[in-house]
Structure formats: C-alpha cells, structure tokens
Design a protein around this ligand. Sequence first.
Ligand code: KPL
Length: 321
Amino acid sequence: MPAPPDDAEATARTWYILGAGAIGGLFAARLALAGQPLQVLTRDAAAAAALDAQGLTLEDATGTHHLHVAAAAVTAPGPLIRRLLICTKAPQTLAALAPLRARLNADSRIVLLQNGMGGAERIHAAHPQPRLLLATTTLGAYRRGPWQVVHAGLGETALGDGPLPLPAAEREELLASLARSGLPLCWDDDIRTRLWRKLAINCAINPATALLDCANGALADDDDARTLVATVCAEAAAVMRAEGLRADAGELASAAHAAARATAANRSSMRADVAAGRETEIDYINGYLLQRAAAHGLSVPGNALLTALIRLKTARPGESA
Ligand code: KPL
C-alpha cells in the first residue's frame, strides 16, 4: 500500500479523509486523480486492507477511473494530521475522531463537510486545539458499492470559518490545496447562513420522505406536501431570524421545492438510513432546529412532530414493514 509521503513538507500537504462515503470518496478519488497526497482513514484495519486491495473506483462524465489510494485505520499510529476532511455522518463523527486525538494539535485544520448542524460545536468541545472550518456542498454523488463512487451531479462546495477564524493567507492556501481536486470550491464569509438554508431544506425533505417512504420529487407537486414544506420552512425562518440571520419563509420553501425537484428520483439520506436500519441524522437536522428554537423561546410544532415521528419510527424498526 503506498503510504503518504513521509517528508515533513509532503506530510503537511496530505489530506486525510475521514468518512469516505459518497462525498468523502469523491474528494478522495479526485485528489488521487490529481496526484495529490492523501490518505483515507478507515474504521478498522480490515476496511483499510479492503480499500488497499480493491482500490477506489470513480465513475464520472469522463469515464470510469480505478485509483489506488493510501488507507489506514483511524487506530493505526501515524504522523500529525495537518489537513483533515471529515465527511462522516454527524452522529458517528465523535467516535470516529476519538482515536485520532494524539495526532491533532493547534496546527491541525479540520474541514467539516456533513449534513446537519450542531456537530461542529461537539467536535470543538471535544478537540479544542485544531482549527475547525465548516463546509456544505451541492455536489451530487452516490455509492454504487463499497469503494465505488459515482459523481452524479455538478455542484459547489462552500467553506467558511468555524468557531475560530483562519488567517486569510492560510485560508487561501487551504482552499487552493482542496481545489486541486478539480471540484468547484468557494469561500463563504457567511457560511452560517448557507448551512442554515441547507438545514431548512433537509428539515423539510428528509423526515417527510423517510416517513412516507417516497422519493424526494413526491414532495414537489402534491398540495399537502407543499403545505408541510411551507410550515417547516416558516418555522426554520423564524429560528434563523432569532439567530440573527436573514431569512424569508417563502424563499426557503421555494429552495426546498427546487431541491426536491432537482433530486426528484433520489432517496433522501434519511429515507436510506431508515430503510437500512441505521441511526438517522434527525438530532442534527430537525432536532438541532428544535434545540435552537427552545434557546430562543420559540415554538416549532411542525418540526417537533416530524422529529418525534422519526424517533418513534427508528425506535421500532421491525414494525415499519
Ligand atoms: O441533502 C439531501 C439529503 O438527502 O440528505 C437532499 C437535499 C434532501 C437530497 O436528497
């Protein structure tokens, strides 16, 4: 297995990728295609060996690429991690990150790219030294199988400051190094608003599609579904305003409908999680909205009901069939 380069300069440039699912796998594959130093951090040694043996396959508009990428278990010893891209699901992030504690310090930069909100605060509390950056993407990607990624939709990944801002020169360098993947990237000084807008869309689409077991597009054209989306988005807009952000309920609902139409045939991630009996991201999506609403003394009954229904459904997975 090719180890990441071991001279200090190249090690500093290595991107470590935690959570090589669809989006993490796409970044890994594109960085590997561009010849950038990277290492995929896997749950255990068996997963690292499997990736080493099989390689990573990327299907995109230009064809199918079989790539050999360096891989190691999170528990394996290794050098200080300067650049870490986290694409794990929010509920699994702290456990995945825990074995890496000794390899992270004040020189480490972590880009957090995942659905939902609230994860950054938890990571920062558990690992206060590394500088955390927040990211969100509209890239379309899915996994055809283990270590097989399909780049299905063009989109942009926006990065912004987390709890502690990054000096401008360092930000440029970090952005440029990730941009070598060839995937469109931008910096957003107002990443919080972007994350909240994505959160509102996920609040509207994810639980409803999981509860109804329907494709995203089913929410776009049905009158009752439109009322539901409008209600969820109006509540999200009120919480956003209480957080000091600009938000318009109608505009959020239009964005949610546009997302439902643009991904009409897709399974939402929460529908896929429920179907597979996996833990959902509800605590980081509608559950996060509920927490922030409570902090501002706001009532969000539509989101509260969707949260309760998802929790009930996943507490009794066997009964849903
Ligand atoms: O982000 C998504 C998800 O499924 O988590 C949407 C936008 C709903 C697309 O499926």
